[in-house]
Design a protein around this ligand. Sequence first.
Ligand SMILES: [Zn+2]
Length: 71
Amino acid sequence: MKILSRTEVLSISAKKCDCCGEISNVDDAEFNEFLSIDRVCGYASVFGDGEHIAVDLCQRCVKNILGEWIR
Ligand SMILES: [Zn+2]
């Protein structure tokens, strides 16, 4: 027998670009074009072992910042 209980679930409703501030709601096509990095760094990281880094960038900022290296 499974005993169920109610839990609160959080979901992403929008993303805000950390560079330019553009906000896209989950139902906008632009929302799916964001590049998001969210990770815990390892031993050799320049950010520090165990540091948590995160960034959300809209596609225009990704192109502006990384454009020449994107294949
Ligand atoms: Zn942006």
